[in-house]
Design a binder for this molecule. Structure first.
Ligand code: GTP
Ligand code: MG
Length: 313
C-alpha cells in the first residue's frame, strides 16, 4: 500500500470505529457464544446484521449465502462463519470497474440530495481530487435558493483551485447550469460538477427543478458523459435509503455518495443501500476537509468495518 493510500485507509478505519464496534461486538459474541450452527445461531446473526443497519434484504441474502456455504463446505464451527459473512459482504459491495469512468471522460456530474447531507462539501472534495489529477474542472452553483450556498461553493472552488459559475440569489438554477455548460464547452473542461439545492418551498418544487436542470444538461451537452450522484447522510440510517428511492424516481442515479461515515454507528447502511437499490456506493465522506472523500473500495471497506486494529489481515 502506498503512503497516500495508507493515510486514506487509516482515516477510514478511524471513521468507522463506531460502526465497527456496533457490528463486530455483536458478531463476535455470536461466533464465540454459540457452540453449534443451528436455527438460533442464524436468528441471532440475522438480528445483529439488521441492528447494524445492513437492512433486511442484504441480511437475508447474507444468511442464505452462508447457509449454502455451511452445507457445501460441511462447516461445523460457528467461528468459521465469520470469514464467510465478511466475504459475502465484500462480494456484494464490489463497485465494478467502470464506476469512475466519468473521471476520464468529458463529463457532467449532477449532484443531488436533501438539505444538509453534504452535497456542496462533496463537490469541493471531488473538485480537489480531480484537480490533483490535472483535470480542468468547473463548478456550477445551481443552488440559488440560499445566498450563502453560492458563497460556500465559492470557498470550495478557491480551496480546490477551480473555476465556478454562479448566479444571483433567486436566479433560475437551470439558467446557471446553462451558463456553466457553455463555459465548460468553451474552455474544454474535463468535468463539470453541478451543485443543487437540497430544499425549496416544497418537495415537489425541488423534484421539478431537478428534472428541469437534467433536461438542460441533456439538451445542451449531449456529448458529455453523465454521472448523477445522490448524496446521503449515513447518520440518518434507514432514512437515507428512503431518500435515495425518491430521487431515483426523478432521474437515473448512477452512484451514491455516503457522507458522515466518520462518527456514525450506522455505516452498515452502505450495504443496505447497495442491496436494496442496486446502485453502487461510489464515494464515502469521512470528515469535513478536502481530503476526506474516498472512493469506495469494498475490500478496504469490509476490512475497516470488521477487523479490529490488532487482527487486520
Ligand atoms: N463529519 C462529516 N461532516 C460532513 C461530511 N460531509 C459534509 N459534512 C458537513 O455537513 C454539513 C453540511 O454540508 P453541506 O455540504 O453544506 O451540505 P449540503 O447538502 O450542500 O446542504 P444544503 O446546501 O443546505 O442542501 C457541513 O457542516 C459539512 O462540513 C462528512 O463526510 N463528514
Ligand atoms: Mg449545499
Amino acid at each position: 500500500m502506498g503512503e497516500e493510500k495508507k493515510g486514506f485507509f487509516k482515516r477510514l478505519v478511524s471513521g468507522l470505529t463506531k460502526t465497527r464496534d456496533n457490528i463486530v461486538s455483536g458478531m463476535d459474541s455470536i461466533f464465540h457464544g454459540f457452540s453449534k450452527i443451528d436455527d438460533d445461531f442464524y436468528e441471532e446473526l440475522e438480528e445483529t446484521l439488521i441492528m447494524g443497519d445492513l437492512g433486511v434484504r442484504a441480511t437475508m441474502d447474507i444468511i442464505e449465502d452462508l447457509k449454502v456455504k455451511v452445507k457445501e463446505q460441511h462447516i461445523k464451527e460457528p467461528i468459521e462463519c465469520r470469514q464467510l459473512v465478511i466475504d459475502s459482504i465484500r462480494e456484494q459491495m464490489d463497485v465494478g470497474e467502470t464506476a469512475y469512468e466519468f473521471e476520464n471522460r468529458q463529463s457532467v456530474v449532477f449532484v443531488i440530495g436533501v438539505n444538509g447531507v453534504g452535497k456542496t462539501t462533496t463537490i469541493g472534495k471531488l473538485a480537489g481530487k480531480l484537480k490533483a489529477q490535472n483535470k480542468k474542472v468547473i463548478l456550477a452553483a445551481a443552488d440559488t435558493f440560499r445566498a450563502a450556498a453560492g458563497e460556500q461553493l465559492r470557498e470550495w472552488s478557491n480551496r480546490a483551485g477551480v473555476e465556478m459559475i454562479g448566479g444571483q440569489e433567486g436566479a433560475d438554477p437551470a439558467s446557471v447550469v446553462y451558463d456553466a455548460v457553455a463555459a465548460a464547452k468553451a474552455r474544454r473542461a474535463d468535468v463539470l460538477l453541478c451543485d443543487t439545492a437540497g430544499r425549496l418551498h416544497n418537495k415537489k418544487n425541488l423534484m421539478e427543478e431537478l428534472k428541469k436542470i437534467n433536461r438542460v444538461i441533456d439538451r445542451e451537452y449531449p456529448d458529455a458523459f453523465r454521472e448523477t450522484l445522490v448524496v446521503l447522510d449515513a447518520t440518518t440510517g434507514q432514512n437515507a435509503l428512503a431518500q435515495a428511492k425518491e430521487f431515483n424516481e426523478v432521474t437515473d442515479i448512477t452512484g451514491i455518495v455516503l457522507t458522515k461515515m466518520d462518527g456514525t454507528a450506522k455505516g452498515g447502511i452502505a450495504v443496505a443501500i447497495q442491496s436494496e437499490l442496486g446502485i453502487p456506493v461510489k464515494y464515502i465522506g469521512v470528515g469535513e476537509t478536502i481530503d476526506d472523500l474516498q472512493k469506495f473500495d469494498s475490500e478496504e471497506f469490509v476490512n475497516a468495518l470488521f477487523y479490529r486494529e490488532e487482527e487486520r489481515p
